[in-house]
Write a protein that binds this ligand. Sequence first.
Ligand SMILES: O=C(O)c1cc(C(=O)O)oc(=O)c1
Length: 303
Amino acid sequence: MDADWLPFHPAPVKPTYQPPAGAVDAHCHVFGPGDQFPFAPQRKYTPCDASKDQLWALRDHLGFSRNVIVQATCHGADNRALVDALEHSEGRARGVATVTADITSDELAKLHAAGVRGVRFNFVKRLVDALPFDSLGTIAEKIKPLGWHIVIYFESQELPELYDFFTSLPTTVVVDHMGRPDVSKPVDGEEFNLFVKLMQENPNFWSKVSCPERLSLTGPSTYDDVVPFARRIVENFPDRVLWGTDWPHPNMKSHMPDDGELVNMIPRIAVTEELQRKLLVDNPMRLYWPEEWQAAGNNTGEK
Ligand SMILES: O=C(O)c1cc(C(=O)O)oc(=O)c1
């Protein structure tokens, strides 16, 4: 692991906020273990191991029922650690993979059988060698028949340039971490308004209201400065938001968040029980477990 790597919190508090039954942690990762699932040669960081069993223990401790595991860039397009976790989740985890443009329909079918429902593309320059413009179009066409969605990770200052490209994507698109707003800027200022416009004018766009620990400038005691940004998204787009811990919090340099305290923030960003239920249960179930959601008598609605 890198010399300056901060490992995840060893003993998060038991949250005082109790999530609704069936809550989904819709953004988390597994790392390795490296001796079983080696990290990618082209990775930009070498993390600590963070295994599936440690993830399940955290899920139970926090009062959650399910996980959506997102392929971390340190594993590149080698999805073996992700697939292994999904296959040992007893149906309680779905995945978002990273694939290359030459992926075959057989390989996609295998990922689907394991529980993958989306592909992730990274536009954060410190995490990748090249931005995935060319491959994204090809891959989008390949995944469309499977009903998968695209997850994109980018930083707010890049959005003006990427806007037209993103809005041309043909599937449901999920944005990681609210498009990483600069929370020192006004919540109703030009920069965040552009992200709100993206969500407003493109009903196929969803947002994760995650990662206060990455975005906050005021720091870990309350992450107060992130709350108005997350609330604005939750209240304007209650049916298109997801929440996740981001465990094991790759590349945190300033501090390591307590995952229990992150859960305690949820009622501050989704302030009614109805908003909390949509954020933590209805929305992730519709997107990741639609058959089960429908079989239980719910409407799958617009994805
Ligand atoms: O900001 C990050 O460093 C980061 C990295 C990764 C990854 O390496 O996959 O995923 C995240 O959600 C966030």
